[in-house]
Design a protein around this ligand. Structure first.
Ligand code: ATP
Ligand code: ZN
Ligand code: MG
Length: 504
């Protein structure tokens, strides 16, 4: 897609621009077109590719400009560059530039552009297709231009077009390890069996379970294995990450680009004055129903959502900081609370739920340190799944979630950035279940949260989400419920299931 920008704008001045300034303005325009707009432009660029002032006139206290460009020194960038140089010219006439009024802005995309790649987008007032491309007329102001709105619109349309072209193709998936086969000990859905045994019951909310002592014995056994075999030997320290995540964090982590369909949104009361809420409470007292519509009127937000991915709310801890070389790599983990995703109709068993429990392992340092930690984690996981849990599992490199999230489809240009998914076979269905992953996220988070390291090298990070429900589902699906069939270490850590409830 080739892109052209064209704008009309008035530079508003503190007083009327006198006629005798005309020659100096013309000279500044020529200087801009011939020199300043060409700065930083590749040599092979054609004149049409580069920003240039195509016309100007004076009307009272306004200098009216028309600027056109291709992809280099884009019209809006040219506008701000010119404002600087003209300010000193007008200064000689004791006139200052007070503001910019944008009177017209168009983007032309040349090439074949799918109309669906340009849905309702902010600021686009009109969209006109012809045989050579599309012309977008925008309504925006100088602050929008300074905020690079035109560039963001173009990039977004390009991303949508790429995603559509990529559409049908399967997600990148490349097998990197396959475990030895394991004899299946069970051929049914373990969730149904756990329900039958009274180990778990549905919670009152959708996609939520109440785990009885027997199920929690398994969770804690797996947690102990993770702590003793992975977290302690590799030197990770425990932290507590927040579980309510405001937009500020998701804007920086990139989740604000696409997580909306799966968020559990969080709102705050408009006021905590009991009088403001009295009729809501009274309505319930009289009818026995909670008046959801009345509540909707009395709340603000949403201010964000419940924990979705576990690591983003960690990052404000290091935001804006420079990390000393001698504290790197940083190795931490969090297991302090639930994650929440609206999985809609996808809910299944304990393995795909709206509320789940994870241990999140997070590390940061130089690129080498980050990749090295990911490799050492992979080695430790391999030992645990092969030798301790005796699982039948496999590991594959997949398109990093954030690349899919951000429409950056295809394989990353940096081979070391990406996600490894760990999958276990489910004998009852023959399918595979992703039960955890390891991601090397490159400089994505450090860049988003402005984190630097002392040496000046690029800061990288990685994370690994260990899903306790998924470990439990995978283990029970393969090993069943007869502890005699379980690997010794697991059986020993779990112990005899505690049956503390007796229902009459
Ligand atoms: P899936 O493709 O199965 O939906 P995902 O790619 O959305 O998984 P990630 O975002 O990579 O999962 O989350 C990391 C880990 O969190 C998963 O490996 C899994 O252990 C756990 N997890 C994610 N979603 C759920 C869920 N709905 N229920 C239980 N565990 C989950
Ligand atoms: Zn993470
Ligand atoms: Mg998912």
């Amino acid at each position: 897609m080739y892109v052209r920008f064209s704008l009309n704008a008035d530079l508003l001045t503190s007083g009327d621009i006198p006629g005798e300034a005309a020659a100096a303005i013309e000279q500044a325009v020529q200087e801009a077109n011939e020199t300043s707009f060409r700065r930083g432009v590749p040599k092979e660029a054609q004149p049409d590719d580069i920003g240039r002032i195509t016309g100007w006139s004076v009307e009272g206290n306004a200098l009216r400009l028309s600027i056109a460009s291709g992809p280099y020194t884009r019209a809006h960038d040219a506008l701000f560059r010119f404002r600087k140089s003209i300010a000193s010219v007008l200064g000689r006439h004791r006139i200052g530039v007070r503001g910019i009024e944008v009177t017209g802005f168009t983007i032309r995309l040349e090439g074949s552009v799918e109309p669906a790649a340009i849905p309702r987008l902010p600021m686009i007032q009109e969209t006109a297709f012809d045989e050579n491309g599309v012309l977008l007329s925008l309504t925006l102001n100088a602050a929008d231009l300074e905020n690079k709105v035109p560039d963001r619109l173009v990039r977004l349309i390009e991303e949508k077009a790429e995603a559509m072209a990529y559409g049908g193709k399967a997600e990148h998936w490349e097998l990197i390890y396959e475990s030895p086969r394991q004899p299946p000990r069970f051929d049914r859905d373990p969730t149904e069996e756990m329900v039958k045994k009274g180990w778990i019951k549905h919670g009152a909310a959708r996609g939520q379970w109440i785990y009885g002592p027997q199920a929690v014995q398994l969770f804690r056994a797996f947690e102990t294995i993770v702590l003793e075999e992975i977290i302690r030997p590799l030197g990770f320290s425990e932290m507590v990450f927040p579980k309510l995540v405001p937009w500020e964090v998701w804007k920086r982590s990139g989740h604000a680009k696409g997580v909306y369909p799966e968020i559990y949104y969080v709102c705050t009361p408009k006021t905590r004055d009991p009088a403001y809420w009295e009729d809501v409470a009274d309505y319930f007292k009289v009818t026995g129903e909670v008046p959801v519509e009345m509540i909707r009127d009395r709340i603000d937000g949403p201010i964000g959502g419940m924990c979705y991915a576990q690591c983003p709310p960690f990052w404000p801890f290091v935001q804006g900081e420079t990390l000393a070389t001698d504290c790197l790599p940083i190795h931490v983990f969090d297991r302090s609370g639930t994650s929440h995703r609206y999985e809609s109709g996808g809910i299944h068993g304990i393995e795909r739920v709206d509320e789940f429990h994870r241990i999140e392992v997070l590390w940061l340092g130089t690129a080498e340190q980050t990749v090295d930690t990911a490799d050492r984690l992979h080695a430790a996981y391999t030992r645990v799944f092969d030798d301790l849990l005796e699982l039948e599992w496999r590991c594959a490199r997949v398109t990093p979630w954030f690349m899919a999230q951000e429409g950056l489809v295809g394989v990353s240009e940096n081979e070391q950035i990406g996600t490894r998914d760990y999958e276990a076979v489910l004998p009852y269905s023959g399918g595979w279940l992703e039960f955890q992953n390891v991601s090397v996220n490159g400089n994505k988070y450090p860049k988003g949260f402005n984190v630097k390291i002392q040496s000046g090298a690029d800061c990288w990070s990685g994370c690994s989400g260990i899903g306790l429900e998924r470990w439990t589902a995978a283990f029970l699906a393969q090993k069943g419920f007869d502890m005699a069939d379980w690997p010794d270490r697991v059986a020993e850590l779990v112990g005899e299931p505690k049956e503390i409830f007796r229902f009459l």
